[in-house]
Design a protein around this ligand. Structure first.
Ligand code: UD2
Length: 314
């Protein structure tokens, strides 16, 4: 699909970026990976670095000169670099804006100057915010409730505007609760990485609240596949598209399934107070992903987690 194309991935040494780089190389693309190594890890690029079709550049999306150099001769840009944490964005809203909004504008401007064909942007379900409507569909009003959510909404709006005003082909993919190999275990990580680390240590994980909140967990391989489709899908430019499994699960049910997949059914989740700002339910309408990208997810939360455990054991 992307064979012989020259592709640039920002945030290449991060969780989603590095999984995407590996898939692009396997597809026959030549890949330039950028990362400022704030969150990224070189070990995530160990396989990629062995390929003669991969080049790594250390630098920041806030640096326009760096981006202009990096984008020479590039056909497709995947913009995965970001200030990624919702709670951190509440502590540092200005930095979040500089990276996520300023960085997006730089990426789009550099793409125009360098005649890049298409830019695919990593957006987030957080832009829906506290709207009660379920499932979340792309036509809904957006009500982000964190600086992080606002920054992703603004970056998406820039993508759409650049498509309309300059004819640059832009596609925004709204990721829902992505998990998989290389996701960091830190207090700011997604819940799956945190729980997997606890379970591996034989410790009981802590569920915030009664555990009846639900999420649309999306395995990273599905997210990567949606990205590959978004590079060439003829009806995708100018659109923002949900990328999710479309099958929500409660934290109580998912945690039990995690124990089972790890062979640790003797463990028991502890409960702590509800996390401030947590939304109760989140799940995606993925009709547009099918129509615009021909994307149908292959994993749900449980089968994705089982695949993650298999991958970790290898
Ligand atoms: C937020 C963002 C999402 C994405 C994600 C990072 C919103 C609406 N969504 O989603 O866009 O950036 O963060 O993966 O802002 N939980 C526990 N125990 C823990 C940790 C989490 O029970 O130790 C619960 C948490 O209360 C929540 C669920 O697990 O109900 C998922 O939490 P999360 O931090 O993985 O992701 P979420 O949905 O807040």
């Amino acid at each position: 699909m992307l064979k012989d194309k020259k592709v640039l991935v920002t945030g290449a040494a991060g969780f989603i970026g590095s999984n995407l780089v590996d898939a692009l190389l396997a597809d026959g693309a030549s890949v330039v990976g950028l990362d400022n190594m704030f969150n990224g890890r070189m070990e995530n690029l160990a396989d990629a670095s062995a390929s003669p079709r991969f080049a790594f550049l250390k630098g920041d999306v806030r640096d326009m000169t760096f981006l202009l150099d990096a984008m020479a001769g590039i056909d497709v840009v995947y913009h995965e670099a970001a200030f990624t944490s919702v709670p951190q964005s509440i502590k540092m809203p200005q930095l979040c804006n500089d990276v996520n909004v300023g960085g997006m504008v730089n990426v789009l401007n550099a793409a125009r100057v360098r005649d890049v064909k298409r830019v695919v942007f990593a957006s987030s379900s957080s832009i829906y915010g506290d709207t009660p409507t379920l499932p979340k569909h792309e036509g809904m009003p957006l009500r982000p409730i964190s600086p992080y959510g606002v920054s992703k909404m603004a970056a998406e709006a820039y993508c759409t505007a650049y498509h309309h005003v300059y004819g640059l082909e832009t596609v925004s993919l709204r990721y829902f609760n992505v998990f998989g190999p290389r996701q960091k275990d830190s207090p700011y990580s997604g819940v799956v990485a945190i729980f997997l680390a606890r379970i591996a240590e034989g410790k009981n994980p802590t569920i915030f609240g009664d555990g009846e909140q639900s999420r649309d967990f999306t395995y990273v391989k599905d997210v990567v596949r949606a990205n590959m489709l978004a590079a060439t899908a003829p009806d995708a430019p100018g659109k923002a598209i949900n990328v999710a499994s479309g099958r929500p699960i409660t934290m109580n049910d998912f945690t039990k399934a995690m124990f089972k997949a790890c062979g640790k059914e003797h463990l028991q989740a502890q409960h702590a107070g509800k996390r401030p700002g947590d939304i109760l339910h989140s799940f995606a309408d993925i009709t547009l992903a099918k129509e615009a990208l021909d994307f149908v997810p292959r994993y749900d939360a449980v089968s994705g987690f089982e695949e993650l455990v298999r991958t970790m054991r290898q």
